[in-house]
Design a protein around this ligand. Sequence first.
Ligand code: SAM
Length: 339
Amino acid sequence: MKLWAIRVPRKMAEDTRKLLLQTGIIHAEARIYRDNEYIIIPVNAKPDLGELAGIPDKNITIIQAEFETKQKKPSLENLLGFTPTFDVVGDIAIIDADDPDAALIASALMEFRKSLKVVLGAAGPVEGEFRTRQFVVLAGEYRTHTVHMEYGCRYKVDLAGAYFSGRLGSERQRVTEKVKPGQCVVDLFAGVGPFSILIGRTVPGASVVAIDKNPAAVELLRENILLNRVDNVRAVEDDARDAAVELEHRADHVIMNLPQSAREFLDSGIRVARDGGMVHFYDITHEDDLYQTSWDLIQGAAARQGRGVECVEKRIVRSYAPHQYNVCIEFQVIGNEQM
Ligand code: SAM
């Protein structure tokens, strides 16, 4: 393309370019080039001398010249023509296997995100007691396991065998900040350990009991305890209800991160909390009833044990489905003497 341009000796090129950048007259799409001892800088329109204040006149020439167009930096979005939705866990990207563009998105991700080694297609919902899902490998290495980094901890994960989501990192950090040094935490649905291990690693003197019923999750949890060198997290493979019997009135914090069915475990969660202890209860609720039904169930469960509850905080963690939210209600358990 033919454009107005400023020709300056090479030794002045950098200073001139900086001055011109401030005026905003450099043409954004044309490529600056060299011609013997001169640099030719494309500009948007014929410049007047006022715009060139600061550059010694005798050294510059205003000319018209042919320029090549700058190559646009290729990006995932340019290639696809849209912004794809995907999650990342370690070096694995997860997309929807039913997306009609799944194969195209998978190969574009492999090309543009060099840190990714696998693209998995989620071939169904998160389901069942162990909250796992089916995957198909769409691109890259044939595996579902990886190591995920989060807030300075490393987690071995096998997406096909045990639940893990990288989207909850800031939620885990938020809960961790509520735990005080020396406190006892019971993580009733610990999975591969991201709440438990972060607390164990970062809260001085804390002790954590991390329970999960899925043997594959507990195997990874044990490996993650070693990987992160935490000696204050105890892994227990058990049903949360059975484990709760042994841990009655023990915990300063009880984490109930099984949003689809944590309501069924409210009695156990409250049972584990000591008087004054805090329960972090996760639920899936409708936008028309974000907290009330959950709160009624919490109060009912406490009353059955002759205890009371006081709400400390309630919040939306993330949107879950149209009109449905993953919420967290944090409440303190009050003993009958304090009521
Ligand atoms: N807290 C973990 C995290 O943030 O990754 C895992 C959460 S995942 C939503 C819920 C976990 O609860 C799963 O690992 C599942 O195996 C476990 N689980 C389901 N039913 C259980 C039960 N009755 N007792 C103990 N664990 C259970």
